[in-house]
Design a protein around this ligand. Structure first.
Ligand code: SF4
Length: 534
């Protein structure tokens, strides 16, 4: 029995619910009357509702995000149909804007718009006291020093098997029009010492994989430096730290600390989004490209930081050729992964002001991806969508680190080379999901030897090395006859969390090869936890 159930519908098991842990931590004396239940998107709504109702709650809180909006709607409808007296409270970015237009908001008893860390406990108390609060509540921005930190809510199982989200600040000072964080001004910082003490406690409990969700970690240099120094001085083998960085801000004092981290321990996610200055200006994104390129060069040459760089296709005024030029420019900067995102129209974001002029047509259903615009028609957008998916499977996954560069065609840019392979692969597979690794390897082998005319023995040997690096003993059956001698010894990447494992694959190649040429970059899977494009 629990008076309050907080129900998290997570993208995957590995991504724990951060927001609901904040709510639980701030419930005060109601905390012991609360349970946090976590489900992933593969669970059936009826089973989720059964698990919630087993606790016989009076209040159910659900976090609604772009990735779970559809499932959450079904869960809320079932809950209210079965137990109308149970009060359902929604929060999260998806229901914080355009609230009255959403079915899920109409079915729920209450919706909290904005940061609910302190607003939810107040509301829950009122509901348990039998009061009748309004349907929609606008939460005032909480003072972060009043918010209880959620890190004790991570269980030992979380520490052992999941990514641990942490945050030193909230908000972003920039105004990129596609991004929800552009509405989140001003930037606010958690008191540093209690935050560091919480990190220390997590480390003492054995935490290894930290993901900072700060939108612009390197904005406040003093704080960024203090945190990096803290992590560096306490670093132990096996720990891994992910940050979102502004790519054109990497002054000397940060560089000095960053270069001291052992290879494979830091991952920087750098949002570039577009290399077209006109498009960037149109969507109010400020970026110094010269400094950005210099910083990425420096990171690649002087540090062991794993670089995950983001680009977005479909922005207003960005043609395929303009996007392709940006993609090739990014490939030449040799990030380890390129997240090729497709523009989404997130609720509440001002990107909609370009709809009429640029013919922006978005999917009305989550995740609201662009379907076509004035410069990119629907069939072409579909080709780009498939490119993005196959790029994840082939380049970003780390499974084909040496094979990927063989896809680059002579006298053709990386973008157009990969697009050609992507079109060929779709004609063969007719799908972009559920492609088994051995099957993908066989298609790569077929394409590279029959279409591109590479020597089968060379391709087979390359695939065999990639398979061995990934811990697989043998390449797929149709490739084996071309592999001379025994397969290279398998080197399993260990039991680290998936992001760290992928990074280990990328890093192992960095260590065992001369610096990659512009056409030898490798790249990976987008963060499933991210609903926006920060
Ligand atoms: S894209 Fe990044 S820099 Fe731009 S508003 Fe969002 S979080 Fe801030």
């Amino acid at each position: 029995m629990a008076d309050i159930v907080l129900a998290a519908l997570n993208a995957k098991y590995i991504h724990p619910a951060f927001g609901l842990r904040y709510l639980k931590a701030n419930l005060g004396d109601l905390r012991d009357r609360t349970v946090l239940l976590e489900f992933d998107l593969n669970r059936r709504p009826v089973d989720i509702v059964e698990a919630i109702l087993e606790h016989r709650p009076r209040v159910v809180g659900i976090g609604v995000y772009i990735w779970n909006a559809t499932l959450a709607t079904e869960v809320v409808q079932l809950l209210k149909t079965l137990r109308p007296a149970v009060k359902v409270v929604l929060g999260g970015p998806e229901v914080s804007y355009e609230t009255d237009q959403q079915l899920i908001a109409r079915r729920a008893d209450h919706v909290i718009c904005g940061e609910a860390d302190l607003a939810f406990p107040r509301l829950a108390r009122h509901l348990l006291d039998g009061q009748r609060p309004p349907h929609i509540l606008s939460a005032p921005l909480p003072a972060l020093h009043e918010v209880a930190l959620p890190y004790e809510e991570y269980t030992d199982e979380d520490l052992a098997h999941r990514i641990l989200y942490v945050e030193a600040s909230r908000g972003c000072p920039f105004s990129c029009e596609f991004c929800l964080s552009s509405l989140d001004i001003p930037v606010r910082t958690f008191p540093l010492q209690p935050f560091l003490a919480a990190l220390q406690r997590l480390m003492d409990r054995g935490a290894r994989h930290f993901k900072f969700v700060d939108r612009t970690f390197n904005l406040n240099l003093a704080v960024a430096r203090a945190i990096l120094e803290f992590l560096l001085h306490r670093h132990r083998e096996g720990r891994f730290y992910h940050f979102e960085m502004i790519p054109d801000r990497l002054p000397h004092e940060l560089r000095e600390i960053i270069r001291q981290f052992p290879p494979g321990t830091l991952q920087f996610e750098v949002g570039i989004q577009t290399f077209n200055p006109e498009v960037a200006a149109r969507i109010s994104r400020r970026q110094n490209y010269a400094r950005l390129e210099e910083n990425l060069h420096w990171l690649r040459e002087h540090t062991g930081v794993h670089i995950h760089a983001d680009l977005i296709a479909g922005l207003p005024g960005e043609s395929v050729e303009s996007f392709a030029a940006g993609f090739d420019r990014l490939v030449a900067l040799r990030p380890h992964e390129i997240q090729f995102g497709i523009l989404k129209r997130l609720r509440g974001t001002p990107i909609v002001r370009h709809d009429a002029e640029w013919g922006m047509i978005y999917n009305p259903l989550p995740p609201y991806e662009i379907l076509e615009n004035r410069l990119i028609d629907f069939p072409t957008m579909q080709r780009l969508r498939r490119f993005s998916r196959y790029w994840d499977l082939v380049a970003n996954s780390g499974h084909f680190l040496e094979t990927t560069p063989l896809l680059w065609a002579p006298n053709r840019s990386p973008f157009h080379s990969f697009l050609e392979w992507s079109d060929w692969l779709f004609a063969r597979a007719r799908r972009t999901d559920a492609i088994a690794l051995p099957r993908l390897a066989e298609w790569l082998f077929e394409y590279l030897t029959r279409v591109r005319g590479h020597d089968p023995h060379e391709v087979a040997a390359t695939l065999a090395r990639d398979f061995a690096r990934g811990g697989h003993r043998d390449p797929p059956p149709s490739v084996r006859p071309y592999v001379c001698g025994p397969s290279p010894a398998a080197t399993a990447p260990g039991t680290a969390a998936p992001n760290a494992r992928r990074q280990a694959l990328h890093s192992s190649r960095d260590r065992s090869h001369s610096p990659a040429s512009p056409t030898r970059t490798t790249v990976s899977e987008p963060g499933a936890d991210k609903g926006d494009h920060a």
